[in-house]
Design a protein around this ligand. Structure first.
Ligand code: MD3
Ligand code: FE
Length: 203
């Protein structure tokens, strides 16, 4: 299924399903080097979503703000390289979504337990907004909020389920979005967890 959510935003339902076990193994390998952690917001709150990264840099948040950093601040080492299984899936999804020239250099991995959420925000820590973002959902389903360029634009909700991939480019690249508190449940592969991968060209 290929569903257009907004200009430039294409939902590929189940696109990652054939690769789910390989993706989860690749995420486990990344997390064995750079473990999931709950970062601090610039205002000093602890994020409910646990995060790690792979690729040339990683998205980090702390008392100094949000940014991409070439090293994991917890380990002091570079983030693990982006596994080929992850890069390949992101590039084939981008091609399917209409962006054949997308080559991600970073991947943020978000881990949600029941109750975890991501408040409405824009992704604008990247150097250019001309590249799309590819997101992959695994495990428990989430209710995704999708607004517009302005924070007070109307918001629609979409369910994102295990294996769903969304390509966000063009006009939708700077749209506000968030994840409502994850509901209780158990997934056959991941138990009480939702994982989300976001592939970006950040540097
Ligand atoms: C729409 N992650 O890491 S993925 C994030 O499920 C983030 O963990 C969410 O928002 C998650 O920044 C949502 C869907 C997503 C990602 C990037 C977008 C939607 C987007 C960028 C622009 C517009
Ligand atoms: Fe985001």
């Amino acid at each position: 299924g290929r569903e257009v959510l907004a200009g430039g935003a294409v939902l590929l339902r189940g696109f990652a399903l054939p690769h789910d076990k390989a993706l989860i193994a690749a995420i486990d390998a990344v997390a064995a080097i750079s473990p999931f952690r709950n970062m601090q917001t610039p205002r000093g709150f602890t994020m409910s979503v646990a995060m790690t990264n792979c690729g040339a840099a990683g998205w980090v948040s702390d008392g100094r703000g949000y940014r991409y950093a070439s090293r994991d601040p917890e380990t002091g080492s570079p983030w693990p390289a982006m596994p080929e299984a992850l890069r390949g899936l992101a590039e084939s999804a981008a091609t399917q979504g209409g962006y054949p020239d997308f080559h991600p250099d970073v991947c943020l991995i978000n881990r949600y337990a029941p109750g975890a959420k991501l408040s409405l925000h824009q992704d604008k820590d990247e150097r250019e907004f001309t590249h799309p973002i590819v997101s992959v959902s695994l495990g428990l389903p989430a209710s995704f909020q999708f607004g517009g360029l302005r924070r007070d634009d109307p918001i629609r909700r979409h369910a994102l389920r295990h294996g769903d991939v969304v390509v966000w480019g063009g006009p939708s690249r700077l749209f506000h979005h968030g994840i409502l508190p994850l509901k209780e449940g158990t997934h056959p592969e991941l138990g009480r967890i939702r994982l989300n991968l976001t592939f970006r060209r950040a540097l």
